[in-house]
Design a binder for this molecule. Structure first.
Ligand code: NIG
Ligand code: FE
Length: 381
């Protein structure tokens, strides 16, 4: 078993509450990695010897990004919809059905190659854990294959059969909900860790969302929800009531929603790439943070509403337009994402945690927002 010492770290973000508040930073630090885990953290001048040595040369080192929301199993693209939105067209959930048609027609090899390339893009930008949803198959066979392929890329797989009602069920949506909660759930359960519902006008209503999440939880899956993307609704409070790990989008929130989130373990996951790519108003992170809610940032990488794989880009937008400080944005993109996946072994650098870390070509993580669009990822471990 080899050990690796990374020393001369100018600024180390640990996110460890034992070390300090929020980003819990150490200066002139060193880390020893053994067997993929962190074995030692401390001052660079007192670091023990190791088999391998990496000199960080004063760089900033952060935990790898945890992208807790993406839709990577799909075929084709929707460039035309993006162009139309930039000219003033509104985002509508109906575009999902176009990707469903293209995804059903693709081979396993095409879908896996596309998803693999996107995961590689993410990793090159510092993401070390990614959650991947199904939701562009919407038949028993196509949802099962999406999750089987996603499982080849991550443990964090989410069944989103309730993305939209597919065209062939348009005049009998209740039959589709019965399929999702019955035969489809049985088929996908071995490949899924989570279940998610798009609870919004044009997708699934509150009663359907409750039925679907409760069915998934009865199968041992953890609950998550897409809510508050297109308008305010009681969906956010339903997610909290059901103990969902995360409610994602949260663009439109009532005061009651903010209070419910703040008084719960449910993470509010903000997806600033969506507002960037749809010209919708940005969510107000300040309001959530000041109320004491737990907040995560994720890319929502998908061909419709947010086709970015870049967590640094999302951090820059979160600082510029969501009202977060650079430290809050970084914390949300690492420890926040880990919390949204109910993981305590990632998003934090402490002895015993996974040694998922990123060396930045910068003296501080503030540069992620201060130098937007600049490739600052020196090395990903
Ligand atoms: O998270 N909102 C629902 N689902 C995706 C968009 C999917 C699509 O437009 O293809 C989202 O934004
Ligand atoms: Fe999404």
């Amino acid at each position: 078993m080899t050990t690796t010492l990374i020393d001369d770290i100018g600024l180390l973000v640990t996110n460890d509450p034992q070390v300090g508040e929020l980003t819990a930073e150490l200066r002139n630090a060193a880390v020893v990695v053994e067997d993929g885990m962190i074995a030692w953290i401390g001052d660079s001048s007192t670091a023990p010897a190791a088999d391998e040595h990496i000199n960080a040369a004063g760089r900033c080192v952060i935990p790898g990004f945890v992208d807790s929301h993406s839709h990577l199993v799909f075929a084709g693209d929707r460039t035309d919809e993006f162009e139309a939105r930039m000219k003033g067209e509104r985002y509508a959930a109906g575009g999902i059905r176009r990707t469903v048609g293209l995804t059903r027609a693709a081979t396993d090899e095409q879908l896996l190659a596309n998803a693999t390339a996107l995961v590689a893009e993410m990793r090159a930008q510092g993401t070390t854990t990614v959650e991947i949803k199904s939701g562009y198959g919407l038949t028993v066979v196509d949802e099962t294959r999406a999750l089987r392929l996603a499982r080849e890329l991550t443990e964090e797989t989410t069944f989103l059969g309730a993305h939209v009602v597919p065209a062939e069920y348009a005049d009998r949506p209740d039959d589709y909900v019965a399929l999702v909660t019955g035969e489809m759930l049985d088929a996908v359960a071995p490949y899924a860790k989570w279940i998610d519902v798009f609870c919004e006008t044009g997708a699934f209503d509150l009663d359907q969302a409750r039925e679907i999440l409760e069915a998934g939880m009865a199968h041992g899956l953890g609950a998550r929800m897409h809510a508050g993307q297109l308008g305010e609704s009681a969906a956010v409070r339903l997610a909290v009531e059901l103990g969902a790990a995360s409610v994602d989008h949260c663009t439109f929130l009532s005061d009651a929603d903010v209070d419910a989130l703040a008084g719960s373990e449910t993470v509010a996951t903000l997806l600033p790439g969506v507002e960037f790519s749809t010209r919708q108003p940005y969510p107000n992170a300040r309001r959530l943070l000041d109320a004491g809610a737990r907040v995560a940032i994720a890319t929502d990488c998908n061909p419709g509403s947010s086709f970015t794989s870049s967590m640094p880009f999302c951090i820059a937008v979160a600082v510029r337009d969501l009202g977060m400080s650079p430290a809050e944005a970084l914390h949300s993109a690492t420890a926040g994402g880990a919390r949204a996946l109910r993981r305590d072994d990632i998003g934090v650098l402490r002895v015993g945690a996974r040694a998922d870390l990123v060396l930045l070509d910068a003296p501080s993580y503030v540069h992620l927002a201060y130098r937007p669009g600049v490739p600052l990822i020196h090395r990903v471990m």
